[in-house]
Design a protein around this ligand. Structure first.
Ligand SMILES: *Cc1c(COP(=O)(O)O)cnc(C)c1O
Length: 373
């Protein structure tokens, strides 16, 4: 057994993607950015495709090119493209690219000339997130430039898209406003001649709660990995968390009452007790603010981290329970054995599970269960 490892259940990824695909009954882009939210880019991409995803979504061109180098031939969209990015390589590798501005369109036209290919692009509209995408004021100009470039045979617009700010609060008026704003932007694009393109808007939360956002394709990320974007119990949606973080106890000892534990003595024993040392810390992505609040499953019980989380390790007060060096510590997992979930951790340290699963790693190894790793 490994000292500390991340176990990714690819059967769970396949289950989740197949479930979402059945729910929406239309094309699904599985979002695998950020190393598949910390679950492993290539094995998760393959699992999602096996389960019926038509397309993959990533932020960076580097991520898309890594997928191509691994032999993944499915359609891929990359959306976070900066100036002087690897656009020509991406076009040569058949990666579809999001375009939010006319300068980016011009770079794609150049990349098409250099590579002898016609870049496939998705025009992004900023419907109210104020992140990527053309604003309402800039949209007609971007659309017109794309129509001209298409007429010259320099690009092929294939998608119109946007991203929601408030999908995790499905009744929020901002969702309705964005749906309406995107519909209006689609009308502008269609009037200018961009008809029959793939329109897509829904992330995981919208995929689970707002059928009116499904349009021609959905783009779930976190739900593919079995976590509930709304912060609830993923089982309610039939989702199965794919990631388990586990470690082995490195040392167990008895200490007297009044022993200060870990840096700054943020925890002091109130009785003679046992302490277990767990060999992972903030270098592995265990948040330092899990000090005295992070939950773990150890020796058949739910316990709480005692004292500061250090770079390489943390300590757990185990009382008089029989725990030995080498025993398993479950940090988070699907919750089926009593262990905390990533949502429990998010609640404990006041963040979202997205951040926890994406950051966990460091010196931990990753192992795949469920076949296909
Ligand atoms: C990350 C991302 C998604 C997926 O979001 P989830 O909440 O994980 O489903 C979809 N679209 C865009 C543009 C994204 O950046």
């Amino acid at each position: 057994m490994a000292r500390a490892e991340i176990v990714v259940d690819l059967d769970a990824v396949r289950h989740n993607v197949a479930l979402l695909r059945r729910l929406v009954d239309r094309p699904l882009m599985a979002v695998v950015k950020a190393d598949a939210y910390g679950h492993g880019l290539v094995p998760c991409a393959q699992a999602a495709l096996d389960a019926g995803a038509e397309m993959l979504g990533v932020a960076l061109l580097d991520e898309a090119l890594t997928l191509r180098q691994a032999g993944v031939t499915a359609p891929i969209l990359a959306w976070l493209v900066g100036p002087d990015d690897r656009v020509a390589e991406a076009v040569a590798a058949d990666v579809e690219v999001s375009v939010s501005a006319t300068w980016a369109l011009a770079e794609l036209v150049t990349a098409g000339r250099e590579t002898g290919r016609i870049p496939r692009i998705h025009l992004k509209f900023d419907s109210g997130l104020s992140r990527a995408g053309a604003t309402e004021a800039d949209w007609p100009g971007l659309v017109a430039a794309a129509v001209r470039a298409e007429a010259e045979g320099s690009v092929q617009p294939v998608g119109l898209w946007s991203h929601l700010a408030y999908a995790d609060d499905p009744g929020h008026p901002a969702v309705n406003r964005q749906v309406r704003a995107f519909a209006a932007a689609v009308v502008v694009a269609e009037r200018a001649g961009l008809r029959g393109l793939c329109k897509h808007l829904a992330n995981s939360a919208a995929t689970l709660t707002r059928p009116d956002t499904w349009l021609d394709m959905v783009r779930p990320g976190i739900a593919c990995y079995g976590l509930d974007p709304l912060g609830g119990d993923p089982a309610v949606h039939g989702l199965r968390p794919a990631m388990t973080v586990r470690a082995e106890v490195a040392l167990v000892k008895r200490v007297p009452p009044g022993a200060g534990v870990s840096y700054g003595h943020a925890y002091v024993t109130d009785r003679e007790t046992g302490l277990a040392l767990v060999p992972i810390g903030y270098a592995e992505g265990i948040p330092r603010n899990a000090t005295n609040v992070g939950p773990v499953w150890l020796g058949g019980a739910r316990r709480t981290i005692s004292g500061r989380v250090c770079m390489d390790q943390f300590v757990v007060d185990i009382g008089d329970d029989s725990v030995r060096a080498g025993d398993e510590v479950l940090v988070w997992g699907p919750g089926t054995q009593g262990e905390p979930t990533a949502q429990d951790w998010a609640d404990a340290v006041d963040t979202i599970h997205y951040e926890l699963v994406t950051r966990v790693g460091g010196r931990m190894t990753r192992r795949y269960a469920g076949g296909g790793g």
